[in-house]
Ligand binder design. Structure first.
Ligand code: ZN
Length: 822
């Protein structure tokens, strides 16, 4: 027995030696000392490829590609035997979750390390290379019962944006003075991806290609531990688990305890080296779309680690205590926590796997099913999201159950219809179902890092119900119920009609305009040849499209491209409503749309608009530098979008005034409205807090409670019900109520001179999510969507950004209306 152990130690020793001798370190491979330069993404991938070709402990897999065509890779690191059996280990791991049937026998833990989701937090990808090297040369012992998955860079486009810029601007030798250019990134920074989305807010909504591709492979593996490596301000100490409150109530005691265990192990190494660190204070576990919460709600120990540095630090910078923070320091800290994480997992495999299995028993959740009802195209959108997360759903079974109604907050009996979508919680991913679909998540602490509500029925504009009763569910939800009408090109056609309900309808309209069709839209409801149609329906009259060759075929081709069906009619004589020759069917002019970009503008909001036009509307957008605003005239453009954060100079305000006076439409989003608020010639006004007392306000809140007191005046993302004037073209496709995600405590008075298309009525209260008590009175009778005429043109105000993170699906049509119906 003893002899055997000695032999084992010797063989392990030689294994380590031989690996260390044959495998080049990152510095040896790259030809420069790690930390002396930032490594461009393709060189990082070269190193990972090299190691996987040289070592028996590593296998590389390409899982996707970014918008800018950079490859996305993960690397599997484990013992030689495990690497040979990866597929068996993977399936066995899924058996522990119930996602695959059968008994799980293996005792191998999965630890997933994700680096550089924020592109300018660039030390972590460097650390990924060193961590890979150390695992296979020094830490082989840990790999016997662990598969480590390293994603060296989740956001290569952002990383290279930062690294290329830094390499161009840096002094030689580098300069540690924080004032110099190499420490001050231009707009937009390297943090977000190509479309300027924050990928660390996108895990649950999966609006970005990087996330979509990553989730496919993540769901195939379902690790027990997931770490997301970040960087923060240059003076901050290192942050690691345990996380801060609020914790979502779904998080188990085991998950809390194990992250503390991991944190204590990190602390041991940081203590030895005299490095500063903190835990428990800043980064909570609530909003489900982060790289720590998403894995947590999928059963893992999900953690964020934060090193000081990010886009500010460069290769070295002076910090507040007059010491230099170097890239090498940052790499060492991230490498230490990465390895320490693997160590704790490797030493606690049995317990970790047992507890992991338990997480997936969801038979005790209070609500057994969530039921969604509404327009089928909206429900289909939800099913697409559920498919992305590999969550099961069913069609209604026609039976009656007792439900909690989200909108009325009352309990009543509901007959579940065949077209209702039913999502049971008694499935492996039941806890995530609860997180995404419950009306509001329980908030244990109002001081949080992000929005406090995201309930999907509200986000998708659907009715939501929750039931404590089990329902026997067998029928699959059929996705194509509404796609029964076929396009029938007909020689006798007088006009083609199309409904206006969703963004893809706007895409269809955009294509028609692009192809040169004359298109009209209806200002009133009507019925023709037995079809009842709502206002907003658009109409293509054959008679005024003679310039289109092969009219019928062309219509059919465009409809097929977007899988849409037109309604052909053979007459312009309308049964109810106005005939097609009426002025109630205005012509839609072809839209030339511009958006401003540049320093000072919210890159996130700009990115949301850009992404919306390119990937959803698929309609051309002209991105104009904000300093070139004077070039935007009505001879070239008819719609100009001002993203949040745009702050016009006096001269620019004059240009905007000229543009609208001459017939242009300006869409101002969120605080871009402030350019016009309280200014002469505009009726928009910031709503001031009503204060009857004349005594000056003296704040007696104790020092240590000021942060909490501040929350009384803030909104961190909560849902309010608004009243909509659905007869106005800006609201076509909507009913007279809309649930808005309110993101800011700033409110505006109702317009005295203009259309209050959407507003929060008197005594509005947050339906769900956190809103400070002092903000509520200001929301009462305040504006949500407003239209103000100016000369021949108009201003459209959007107080709440309907494109926020591209996940509030039900708001997007407002944006399309603003573009096309003005
Ligand atoms: Zn970050």
């Amino acid at each position: 027995m003893k002899k055997l152990r000695i032999l084992l130690v010797i063989s392990l020793f030689f294994n380590v030696i031989s690996n260390a001798q044959t495998i080049k370190s990152p510095s040896e491979f790259l030809g420069y000392e790690l930390g002396s330069r930032f490594t461009r993404h393709h060189k990082v991938i070269d190193y990972f490829k090299y190691v996987s070709e040289t070592s028996n402990n590593v296998q590389l897999e390409k899982y996707g590609e970014t918008n800018e065509y950079r490859p996305l890779y993960i690397s599997y690191i484990s013992s030689k035997e495990n690497i040979k059996n990866l597929e068996i280990i993977r399936k066995d791991n899924l058996k522990k979750t119930g996602l695959i049937n059968g008994n799980s026998t293996s005792e191998i833990g999965i630890v997933w390390l994700s680096y550089n989701v924020h592109g300018n937090e660039a030390s972590s990808t460097e650390a990924a290379m060193l961590t890979l090297y150390k695992l296979i040369t020094e830490k082989q012992e840990w790999l016997k019962h662990t598969v480590v998955i390293i994603d060296p860079c989740l956001n290569p486009d952002g990383r290279d944006r930062y690294v290329n810029w830094y390499n161009q601007k840096k002094s030689n030798p580098y300069n540690i003075n924080p004032d110099v250019i190499e420490h001050n990134e231009p707009w937009p920074s390297g943090r977000p991806n190509h479309y300027l989305f924050d990928l660390n807010r996108d895990w649950a909504w999966a609006t970005q290609v990087e996330t979509q591709q990553r989730l496919k492979i993540y769901n195939k593996w379902m690790p027990q531990v997931h770490v997301d490596f970040h960087e923060q301000f240059i003076n901050s100490p290192y942050y690691f688990a345990p996380a801060a409150e609020p914790f979502h109530e779904i998080i188990t005691d085991w998950q809390r305890d194990f992250q503390t265990k991991i944190g204590k192990n990190h602390a041991k190494y940081f203590d030895q080296n005299g490095w500063r660190y903190f835990t428990k204070e800043a980064f909570d576990l609530f909003y489900p779309s982060y790289g720590d919460t998403y894995p947590t709600y999928m059963g893992a120990i999900g953690m964020t680690y934060e090193q000081a540095g990010h886009g500010k630090a460069g290769l070295g910078i002076t910090t507040e205590n007059n010491t230099e923070l170097t890239l090498r320091d940052r790499i060492d800290h991230h490498t230490t926590t990465g390895l320490s994480t693997v160590e704790v997992a490797a030493k606690n495999t049995t317990q970790m796997l047992t507890e992991f299995s338990k997480f997936f028993d969801n038979s005790n959740l209070k609500y057994k099913n969530y039921i969604l009802r509404g327009a089928l195209e909206k429900i289909e959108k939800v099913t697409e999201l559920l498919d992305t997360h590999e969550i099961k759903y069913y069609a209604g079974n026609g039976k009656s159950v007792k439900v909690l109604n989200y909108h009325t907050k009352t309990t009543n009996t509901l007959k579940i219809l065949e077209n209702d979508l039913v999502i049971p919680t008694n499935q492996p991913k039941g806890k995530m179902v609860k997180v995404l679909f419950e009306p509001a998540s329980k908030l244990t602490d109002s001081v949080t890092y992000d929005i406090t509500v995201w309930s999907l029925p509200f986000a998708y504009g659907l009715q939501g119900f929750a039931t404590e009763t089990s329902i026997d569910l067998t029928a699959n939800f059929s996705k194509s119920i509404h796609k029964t009408l076929k396009n029938q090109s007909s020689k006798n056609v007088y006009a083609y009609l199309h409904k206006w309900n969703e963004v893809s309808d706007a895409q269809l309209l955009g294509d028609l305009l692009e192809e040169g069709f004359n298109v009209r839209y209806s200002l009133a409801d009507f019925s023709v040849e037995g079809h009842s149609l709502k206002k907003g329906t658009f109409i293509i009259l054959k008679g005024e499209n003679r310039h289109i060759l092969n009219f019928n075929e062309k219509i059919e081709e465009i409809a097929d491209r977007i899988t849409k069906e037109f309604i052909p009619v053979s007459t312009g004589f309308v049964e109810n409503g106005y005939d097609f020759g009426s002025s109630n069917y205005p012509l839609i002019s072809s839209k030339k749309v511009a958006v401003l970009a540049g320093e000072g503008i919210s890159s996130l909001n700009f990115g949301e608009i850009w992404h919306f036009f390119e990937t959803q509307l698929k309609y051309p957008l002209n991105v104009i530098k904000k300093d070139h605003l004077s070039r935007i005239s009505t001879t070239k453009y008819n719609v100009l979008i001002l993203p949040s954060g745009f702050n016009a100079s006096k001269k620019q305000l004059e240009s905007l005034s000229k543009f609208t006076s001459e017939g242009g439409t300006v869409i101002a989003i969120a605080n871009a409205i402030n350019n016009f608020a309280d200014k002469d010639g505009y009726s928009i006004k910031i709503k001031k807090e009503e204060d009857s007392s004349s005594t000056p306000k003296i704040d007696l809140t104790p020092f240590d409670q000021r942060e909490r007191n501040y929350m009384k005046n803030s909104i961190t993302g909560s849902i309010f019900k608004s009243t909509i004037d659905a007869t106005h073209p800006l609201a076509f496709g909507y009913t007279n109520e809309y649930y808005s995600l309110k993101l800011s405590a700033t409110s505006y008075n109702l317009l005295e001179n203009g259309y209050n298309v959407g507003y929060f009525p008197k005594d509005s209260k947050n339906i769900a999510g956190f809103a400070g008590v002092n903000t509520l009175q200001n929301i009462s009778n305040s504006l949500l969507f407003g239209v103000e005429n100016k000369g021949k043109g108009q201003l459209i105000y959007m107080v709440d950004n309907p494109l926020f993170r591209s996940f509030w699906e039900n708001g997007k049509l407002f944006f399309a209306n603003a573009v096309f119906f003005n």
